[in-house]
Design a protein around this ligand. Structure first.
Ligand code: KMH
Ligand code: ZN
Length: 272
């Protein structure tokens, strides 16, 4: 089995310090959380940014500032800036980080109910995001919240509308309004992607670690972090993203799966 790539989604756009005081807003806090995750074993950081008051933003300059500061503290880390941003942002707003020299970015694969809101990813939006990533040589991580997202993005890749093989998928399971976090859905999704693809799973809330355990055993990769879950265990808030990553490292060790460095993750993902 390949080594395990751990991604830390350190910030997100929805969670706040009211949910967990360690949720990062400022650049210093974002660097602190990224470093805690990398030091614990994360090869990748999935990045959202906030203004200092916690407001989510896709502002290019804020992304540049965060990326430069993280790279100073963690020079090798792979960064996956979000093009999802926060619900309600326009496509133009969301695309801003793709104007920067980045290796990867998320590409969300369809419109979904997202809690009580609608997370809009229309076909024209996805075409625009795919075109930008092809032009700027950015490898997408395809975020699939629903079964049909896989067919959608594979059809688009076949038509050359979004980057093709080797494709990296992130199966985000357990968002209220989207596919549930259970092993049947995960196995179905894994069996639906082309050979030679790579995949990771994100289990939302209390599903974070059970889904991580499935992925470790199945040969996939794992995402954890405050964007998806704030608790180390029932009733115990995580003090840092690093604590969440460290728990995955422990699970991997128990299951005999070595953890990939960022350099090893670049090889596995086919990054140059
Ligand atoms: N904040 C969510 C609405 C992504 O990063 O591409 C979307 C999201 C996905 O977080
Ligand atoms: Zn995200």
């Amino acid at each position: 089995m390949e080594k395990l790539i751990i991604t830390a989604a350190i910030c997100g756009a929805e969670v706040t310090k009211e949910h967990n005081p360690a949720v990062p807003y400022t650049i210093d806090e974002i660097v602190r959380e990224a470093k805690s995750a990398v030091d614990a074993g994360a090869a990748i950081v999935h990045l959202h940014v906030r203004f200092d008051d916690g407001t989510p933003t896709q502002d290019k300059n804020r992304f540049r500032e965060a990326i430069d500061a993280i790279k100073k503290a963690c020079p090798d880390v792979i960064l996956i800036p979000s093009t999802g941003g926060a619900v309600g942002m326009t496509a133009e707003e969301r695309l801003q980080p793709t104007e920067l020299p980045i290796e990867m970015a998320t590409l969300d694969c369809g419109t979904v109910n997202f809690g009580d809101e609608v997370f809009e990813n229309t076909m024209p939006m996805m075409r625009a995001f795919g075109k930008r990533m092809m032009e700027n040589n950015i490898k997408p991580e395809y975020e699939c919240f629903e079964m049909g997202h896989i067919d959608t993005i594979l059809n688009m890749a076949r038509k050359g509308e979004v980057p093709g093989a080797p494709m990296q998928f992130n199966f985000v399971l357990g968002v209220p309004g989207c596919a549930a976090a259970n092993i049947n859905n995960l196995v179905w999704m894994v069996n639906s992607i082309p050979a030679g693809s790579t995949w990771c799973v994100t289990g939302i809330g209390r599903h974070e670690f059970p889904m991580a355990a499935h992925a470790i055993a199945m040969g996939g990769h794992v995402r954890v972090g405050f964007e998806d879950n704030l608790f180390l265990e029932k009733g115990v808030l995580a003090k840092s993203n690093g604590e969440l990553v460290a728990k995955v490292v422990r699970l991997a060790k128990e299951l005999g799966r070595p953890v990939a460095s960022s350099a090893e993750a670049r090889q596995i993902l086919g990054l140059k």
